[in-house]
Design a protein around this ligand. Structure first.
Ligand SMILES: Cc1ncc(COP(=O)(O)O)c(C=O)c1O
Length: 374
């Protein structure tokens, strides 16, 4: 470090590769002048938010002179999940909760375990906290869940300095997921000094039995934190609301390190209203199911290998992924290249509305037909 004013920057922070989000529509419009752009790049909801959530956010805008009050959302979440409000911690998106967990548990003498090809934010928060990240090789490409978490190897990577194990279920960007029994078996063998963070940003896309069953893990294992978000099936990514469910003791500690008022009034109101709109959530689920079937079938018809698709995206193997990404961009279709995840030969496509999925499929089909020129 040559700049004296940067002398005390934590060395581990210099090892962080900055997070590169999917390209925003506005950026592509600025760069190309294109008007008709579709974004299938950041796993946002195809359907968008509930009209009831939008109305609640607008009404809450009238009160923004006041600091937010989170009582209603916590009460709504507690009722929705059948847990105590004291077990809930709200976050500015669920990503913020990973930062608080790292603040709580990590430091220079500690390590955190996560899988190869898991969500890109884990190594960032671990290194920001000055701790060591232990990335465990994922399952091979021919496993039943290609590139899924290797739970046995993750257990082996745990030692007495391990403070957190991150498990993404379903995982982004591989679309793999774990069954309840696998998770329970893993937790039974996990030493008690390790906090297991189950990142369930996409769990609702697995359907009810899964989303509800995993809550039982909280009753059996005090060292489990479940994180969920309003950014995906609720369609509220721009409002930044996530939450953690844990023992009341862990929630109490998380509340000590988070800053007060970390979720704004319109966001709180929209989230609470969205939870009540079960018809909208069911519609979002159904649109995703239909889109997934269509995309997977279309990609397979083109002879392409598709990874498991448990969430609201489909990840597909393509030899010339970067060239195809760029060619799609030129046509106003934004998808997500996965080079930063160590998967340079894959593209991740968020499941969109039928017309968006069809436009993507038609464009890809044409590009592949022109293959040699890419
Ligand atoms: C696996 C996973 N976890 C967590 C998140 C975080 O979402 P948010 O911070 O918007 O709640 C994402 C977002 O893409 C994700 O893919």
């Amino acid at each position: 470090m040559t700049n004296p004013h940067l002398t005390h920057v934590r060395p581990s922070i210099l090892q962080i590769t900055p997070y590169k989000p999917g390209k925003p529509i506005e950026a592509l419009a600025r760069e190309t002048g294109l008007a008709d752009i579709i974004k299938l790049a950041s796993n946002e909801s195809a359907l968008g938010p509930s009209p009831r959530a939008m109305a609640a956010a607008q009404e809450a805008l009238l009160q923004v002179v006041r600091y937010p009050e989170e009582y209603d959302l916590k009460a709504a979440l507690a009722e929705f999940h059948g847990i105590d409000p004291q077990q809930i911690t709200l976050g500015h998106g669920s990503s913020e909760l990973f930062v608080h967990l790292a603040t709580l548990l990590l430091g220079p003498q500690r390590n955190a375990v996560y899988s190869q090809y898991a969500f890109e934010i884990y190594p960032i928060v671990v290194k920001a906290a000055g701790a060591l990240g232990r990335e465990v090789p994922a399952m091979g490409p021919h496993a039943a869940m290609p590139f899924g978490h290797d739970l046995a190897a993750m257990l082996e990577a745990v030692d007495r300095d391990t403070a957190i194990v991150f498990v993404a279920n379903p995982n982004n960007p591989t679309g793999t997921h774990l069954e309840y029994d696998e998770l329970a078996g893993f937790l039974e063998r996990m030493p008690q000094h390790v906090m297991v963070v189950l990142d369930e940003a996409y769990v609702e896309y697995l359907g009810d039995p899964y989303a509800q069953a995993n809550l039982q893990l909280l009753q059996h294992f005090p060292n489990v934190v479940l994180t969920r978000t309003f950014s995906k099936i609720h369609g509220l990514a721009g409002l930044r609301v996530g939450y953690a469910m844990s023992s009341a003791a862990v929630a109490d500690l998380l509340n000590r390190v988070r800053l007060p008022f970390n979720v704004g009034r319109p966001s709180l109101a929209a989230a609470a209203a969205s939870l009540q709109d079960t018809a909208h959530l069911e519609q979002a689920f159904a649109i995703n199911e239909e889109g997934r079937r269509y995309l997977v079938a279309s990609l397979q018809e083109m002879g392409l290998a598709v990874l498991p698709a448990a969430a609201n995206f489909v990840t597909v193997a393509l030899h010339n992924a970067q060239a195809i990404y760029e060619a799609l961009l030129a046509q106003g279709i934004i998808v997500r290249p996965l080079k930063s995840y160590g998967l340079p030969d894959y593209l991740r496509i968020t499941i969109g509305l039928p017309r968006e999925n069809q436009r993507f499929v038609a464009a890809l089909r044409q590009l592949l037909a022109r293959g040699a020129h890419l």
